[in-house]
Design a protein around this ligand. Structure first.
Ligand code: FES
Length: 419
């Protein structure tokens, strides 16, 4: 780049005519823009490539937005279903995983994380996938998608990731609330056979908020070992502890019968014993308070194997306001923080990076030089030394020093985040 800029600079001085000098001056301005704005090697070429491929973005995989359909007509309680065609470089996904969706809105790239809700077979056949999302009252991206459904918005997707995936060798009890059903729908609709029983209890508020209404009868018909309980909380109220215990007992009984049937069908005693010792896996997906509550109940009932994915954060603040010193772009700001760190930093006037705001995408990762933080999802408390912090799911417990400028790639690759 430096060599190119030197050449362009000398060409300006050695130009034979005013118009030739003008061309080189424009080229010089383009080089300066590239050198000052872009950080990665591939990014240097982005402005040039975009002259031929306007949707090209370095480091992002372009996807075609095929359609946006709405469930419920008004903004309150509306859900959107996006059909996307993935580009050739998208490697696929495991049902239950999520990905980053980036949409270009009026020249600005906005990224949020969503679970994939469609079956794997749909991707294999058509290279398409579906994202289902609730329109958030303060969610810039989902509101824009709601308002601009039908417009050809440039979209990009990141690789699928996450370990909220189905363990097929175990029976499973799945509890979902609201849009927490999306990864579970992808898991269940991707099944080709089922050898261990699964019970799904899906709670939703009002008939208009029942997602994938057409899928449930089809899945019931295809898989006799799949029990689907659709629970409208406006009519039936919330799932009670007694109903949860009863569902678990029925599942265990059904699993026992299933294993006995396997024994009589000739499965070896050793393999059978191995599977018999396995407890059901509990899958939880819904608002944080929902997941935390059922996780505690599961613990009380002796269920040790739990996989969960949550959204939204606890509303309660954690103790006293504590002093925070945050450094960004060479300046340092001191303020007091109570509760969620990302919100506190924003309220203090800083602009930390973020994506999903629910602990998935790692875009809010920053360096903590000193102080202790609490992970609002797991309750884990960090040590007081230097480490990485996910701002969106952390709250300060002691005096804290943060470096908000981007952490190095090496640091991001280090998964031993302190929260
Ligand atoms: S914003 Fe996605 S992990 Fe914090």
């Amino acid at each position: 780049m430096v060599y190119l800029m030197r050449s362009v600079q000398s060409s300006i001085f050695n130009a034979n005519s005013q118009s030739e000098a003008g061309v080189f001056r424009r080229l010089w301005r383009l080089c300066c823009q590239i050198a000052l704005v872009q950080s990665g090697v591939r990014s240097y070429l982005e402005p040039v490539i975009r002259l031929m491929r306007p949707n090209y973005r370095a480091g992002l995989q372009s996807a075609t937005l095929l359609s946006i359909s709405q469930q419920q007509g008004d903004l309150q309680d509306a859900y959107l279903q996006l059909q996307l065609k993935a580009g050739r470089s998208f490697a696929g996904f495991v049902p239950g995983q999520h990905l980053d969706l980036t949409v270009e809105l009026d020249g600005v790239l906005v990224t949020r994380t969503f679970s994939i809700s469609s079956p794997l077979q749909q991707f294999w056949q058509h290279r398409t996938l579906q994202l289902t999302m609730k329109v958030q009252p303060h969610g810039g991206l989902t509101q824009q998608l709601f308002a601009r459904a039908g417009e050809p918005l440039p979209c990009y997707i990141g690789p699928a990731s996450g370990d909220f995936v189905l363990e097929q060798s175990q029976s499973a009890l799945m509890l979902a609330a609201g849009s927490g059903i999306t990864p579970l729908h992808s898991m269940l609709s991707s099944l080709s056979r089922l050898t261990r029983p699964i019970t799904l209890i899906y709670s939703y508020r009002g008939a208009g908020n029942l997602l994938f209404a057409d899928s449930w009868p089809q899945l019931r018909a295809r898989f006799p070992l799949l029990t689907i309980v659709l629970r409208d909380t406006c009519i039936q109220g919330r799932l009670t502890d007694a109903e949860f215990s009863a569902a678990l007992s029925t599942l265990k009984k059904q699993d026992g019968e299933c294993l006995s049937a396997g024994q009589s069908a000739g499965q070896s005693a050793g393999a059978l014993q191995q599977t018999l010792t396995k407890e059901p896996m509990l899958y939880l997906c819904g608002p944080l308070a929902f997941s935390q509550y059922w996780q505690q109940q599961a613990k009380a009932l002796g269920i040790s194997q739990v996989r969960q994915e949550s959204f939204g954060l606890s509303q309660q603040s954690h103790g006293e306001a504590v002093p925070v010193s945050a450094t960004q772009h060479g300046g340092t700001l001191q303020f007091h923080s109570q509760g969620n760190l990302l919100k506190s930093l924003e309220q203090a006037g800083l602009s930390p990076r973020y994506g999903c705001r629910r602990g998935i995408c790692m875009q809010c990762l920053c360096t903590k030089t000193s102080g202790q933080v609490r992970n609002e999802l797991t309750g884990h408390i960090s040590d007081a030394g230097e480490g990485l912090v996910q701002l969106c799911i952390s709250s300060a417990l002691t005096k804290l020093e943060l470096q908000l400028d981007a952490v190095s790639t090496a640091a991001q690759d280090n998964t031993s985040c302190t929260t």
